[in-house]
Design a protein around this ligand. Structure first.
Ligand code: KIV
Ligand code: ZN
Length: 392
């Protein structure tokens, strides 16, 4: 498998992201989000964990049906029931992937699985073999790989590839690793597997290092990065898709990797996700935060006005952020509000817009500015019809 410098973007917003607090999505919401992710150009879309709920089962099937050109992945623990359910959800998919996993660290083996290393290795191999009976494209993940004994991990990696896995994912499940160490681990496993499989990484952000670790891994030879929009995911979240992609775009001199992401859709994707789940990115979040392209300090404003690149390393238009930041406050008009509502996915008729405008001006009179989530809340409370339509 010649991999060159092309990095595959595996989006798990609809699975790892969706399973975290405040982020659950209906099937219709997953489809709306999948539409944007397809437009964005992700290579693999993990749409759910079919054994977990009927909704997840349905979502995987529907996403695969709507977007047949994308590889759609379904997650399954390394057991027969999970794998059969994942396979069924992907029955009509054109490019199905079963993503099966089992923990490999001693800490998980002792306390969670109560199994020996040999047992886990055998179960991993059987799971991959079973998945291969259903689909060609099987990914295996060694959960908690970064706290696993490296020699044992190498044995597991070799065995699952022998059993038919095309992608081997080594997750930093608890966000414990640091870049140099993770790069070393990935480099060793890339060497062990050669071109028999693609090495994938999946980093959590417990120490705020998920993006840095993913970059170190790609420099060491990983060619699939698992990530989410706005970095949502279990606990502190996953590697943020927009940050990883923009780091490689902006620093091609140091990170000469390619991917298929159309970056001009990043901001819209982030906004859509924020309107579906219960929170948006923090204002100072890189790339998609409200302040990512705002300048307040006088010296910065002065430099920026003389030459944009003095204080901006990214052209906001390249990630879909409108050049001029429209701050919605008490002086804003109906037109600006209507534009913002449309950006947020709400299509209101004249009477509804008048009502929201009235509520908006009442709120703006009491505050320094009105945020997107507050505007979306006004629609949810006063025009619930528009929310249902937007969700369809
Ligand atoms: O964090 C993790 O280990 C996971 C696996 C299921 C890939 O999400
Ligand atoms: Zn995870």
């Amino acid at each position: 498998m010649s991999q060159g410098n092309r990095v595959y973007i595996f989006d798990t917003t609809l699975r790892d992201g969706e399973q975290s607090p405040g982020c659950s999505m209906t099937v219709a919401e997953k489809l709306r989000m999948a539409h944007k992710l397809a437009e964005l150009g992700v290579d693999i879309l993990e749409a759910g964990f079919p054994i977990a709920s009927d909704g997840d089962f349905e979502a995987v099937g529907e996403v695969a049906r709507e977007f047949p050109w994308i590889q759609v992945a379904a997650l399954a623990r390394a057991n027969t029931l999970d794998i059969e359910r994942a396979a069924k959800s992907l029955e009509k998919a054109k490019r199905p992937r079963i993503h099966t996993f089992i923990a490999t660290s001693d800490i998980h083996l002792k306390y969670k699985l109560k199994k020996s290393r040999q047992q886990v290795l055998e179960e991993a191999v059987s799971a991959v073999q079973l998945a291969r009976r259903h689909v060609e494209d099987v990914e295996f993940s060694a959960e908690d790989a970064t706290r696993t004994d490296w020699d044992y991990l190498e044995d597991v990696c070799r065995a699952v590839v022998e059993a038919g896995a095309r992608t081997v994912n080594l997750p930093d499940t608890v966000g414990f690793s640091v870049p140099a160490e993770y790069g070393e681990l990935i480099g060793r496993m890339v060497k062990a597997l050669g071109d028999k499989a693609i090495l994938s990484v999946h980093c959590h952000d417990d120490l705020g290092l998920a993006v840095a670790n993913s970059i170190a891994a790609v420099q060491a030879g990983a060619r699939q990065v698992e990530c989410t929009i706005n970095g949502i995911g279990e606990r502190a979240g996953n590697c943020s898709l927009e940050e990883f992609v923009m780091a490689t775009r902006v620093r091609q001199d140091r990170l000469p990797f390619t991917n298929g992401i159309h970056t001009e859709h990043l901001y819209a994707c982030s906004q859509l996700l924020s309107s579906i789940i219960t929170f948006g990115p923090q204002p100072n979040k890189a790339i998609v935060g409200e302040n990512a392209f705002a300048h307040e300090a006088g010296i910065h404003q002065d430099g920026y006005l003389k030459e944009r690149t003095t204080y901006e390393i990214i052209d906001p238009k390249s990630v879909g952020v409108p050049k001029t930041k429209l701050v919605l406050g008490k002086h804003s008009g109906r037109h600006a509000l209507k534009d913002r509502l449309q950006d947020l996915g709400f299509d209101l008729n004249k009477e509804e817009l008048d009502l929201i405008y009235q509520k908006f001006t009442e709120m703006a009179d009491r505050k320094k500015g009105v945020r997107n989530d507050e505007i979306a809340d006004l629609v949810r409370v006063h025009v619930p019809r528009a929310v249902t339509v937007a969700v369809k």
